[in-house]
Write a new protein. Structure first.
Length: 103
């Protein structure tokens, strides 16, 4: 499901079991990320699928990338794997106006 930033943030903040998932490359992630995000690079193919499959399907996942394209694909993959609650951040981190953590 695609969400505008304000809805994505509101739902995430209201959910104790929410997980923020960054599907960009490790290099992109290391340039700055949304607080508490975990990084699983969608470009890693089967490794991406394997790491996603290891996650708790009962949690809600708030997924983002650079612009919203890769994260939309990641949400589709997650849905196919049985995740019912994967939310794509429209516009990605490019349009993010919240805090960005720089490692």
């Amino acid at each position: 499901m695609n969400l505008q930033q304000e809805d994505w943030v509101a739902q995430f903040e209201a959910d104790e079991n929410a997980v923020i998932l960054d599907v960009r490359t490790e290099a992109e992630f290391n340039e700055g990320f949304i607080a508490n995000a975990i990084n699983i690079d969608i470009h890693r193919g089967q490794d991406f699928v394997s790491e996603i499959e290891a996650l708790d399907k009962h949690k809600k996942y708030y997924v983002y990338c650079r612009s919203g394209m890769r994260s939309a694909k990641a949400c589709e993959i997650m849905n196919q794997l049985g995740f019912e609650n994967a939310y794509n951040l429209l516009g990605g981190i490019l349009e993010w106006d919240g805090e960005i953590i720089e490692p």
